[in-house]
Design a protein around this ligand. Structure first.
Ligand code: CP
Length: 314
């Protein structure tokens, strides 16, 4: 297998996403049927998970997923390893990747995971950086395909031409949505408060036609197939909490915004959520919300991703 990393959404092609969505559906079906699917059992494969920020979903989904595939997991944090004691990231990459088969990293700057990957012998997966969260958008799109499948049965047909409304911070999630839109042919309606706009250069897109900017979040939701948001203050930006609370006050996805979207529009949130801030309780706990399936799907798509990076198409 040629060494392949998953550091940004655009690291895979549309064709590879088509395969992954189909494979994730197969893997999820096996899980629900309580049937073993253990391509990593013999020989045993190991995933190292490195967390420099807190996590619930990413840790549980990767760890449970790896065990279900027949492999095993090593969990490292900055506090309990030499990573927090200034060992160069390049040295850590050279050592860790001699002992495991895959590495998942949650860290701060994207440059850090890129430096690790440049010195890794094994595939590296982005479990969230300040700039991108590709595994989350992989799960979100899989969830969209599950809920709104195309008549053709082709996952990519279920995504192409759709409108996704992004309400809130121009953060790592927004950047990743833009990359996905450019690659898979849908449009993102972006509404952020002034000063928190998306930056196409930072998002790593070249085609500005894949997104439209709206000052009014309700207008961004008009006609959307999917409305989605994230916390007002992402991890690492806590010092800005009070300023952000004021700036984002109008960027709460509520029932009025959902009414502006298509009648069959879905609501997604990567979680954790703050009810009464970026989303009302009525919306996140309401009939259009699919956040629990979205969260569960992290595990199924990441199992498909890990299998693909290590073993290719099966
Ligand atoms: N959505 C997400 O990445 O959740 P965690 O921060 O709990 O991993």
């Amino acid at each position: 297998m040629q060494l392949k990393h998953y550091l940004q959404f655009k690291d895979l092609s549309a064709d590879e996403y088509g395969y992954l969505f189909t494979r994730a559906a197969f893997i999820k079906h096996k899980f629900k049927a309580v049937e073993k699917h253990q391509p990593f059992a013999d020989p045993d494969r190991t995933l190292a998970m490195i967390f420099e920020k807190a996590s619930t979903r990413t840790r549980v989904s990767f760890e449970a997923g790896m065990y279900q595939l027949g492999g095993s997991v090593v969990h490292l944090t900055t506090g309990d390893s030499q990573l927090g004691r200034a060992e160069p990231i390049e040295d850590s990459a050279k050592v860790i990747s001699r002992m495991v088969d895959l590495v998942m990293i949650r860290t701060f700057e994207q440059s850090k995971i890129e430096r690790f990957a440049a010195h890794s012998r094994v595939p590296v997966i982005n479990g969230l950086t300040n700039e991108f969260h590709p595994c989350q958008i992989l799960a979100d799109l899989f969830t969209l395909v599950e809920y709104r499948p195309a008549a053709s049965g082709q996952p990519l047909d279920a995504i192409r031409g759709k409108v996704v409304a992004w309400v809130g911070d121009g953060n790592n999630m927004a950047n990743t949505w833009l990359q996905a839109a450019e690659l898979l042919g849908f449009t993102v309606h972006v509404s952020t408060p002034g000063g928190y706009e998306v930056d196409p250069a930072l998002a790593g897109i070249s085609d500005r036609a894949c997104f439209k900017v709206f000052k009014d979040p309700r207008e961004a939701c008009a006609g959307a197939d999917l409305v989605t948001t994230d916390v007002w203050t992402s991890m690492g930006y806590e010092a800005e909490n009070e300023v952000r609370r004021e700036a984002f006050a109008r960027w709460c996805v509520d029932e009025d915004m959902m009414r502006a979207a298509r009648p069959d529009a879905l609501f997604m949130h990567c979680l954790p959520a703050h009810r009464g801030e970026e989303v009302s309780a009525e919306v996140i706990d309401g009939p259009q919300s699919v956040v629990w399936d979205e969260a569960e799907n992290r595990m199924h798509v990441q199992k498909a991703l890990m299998e693909y990076l290590l073993l290719g198409r099966l």
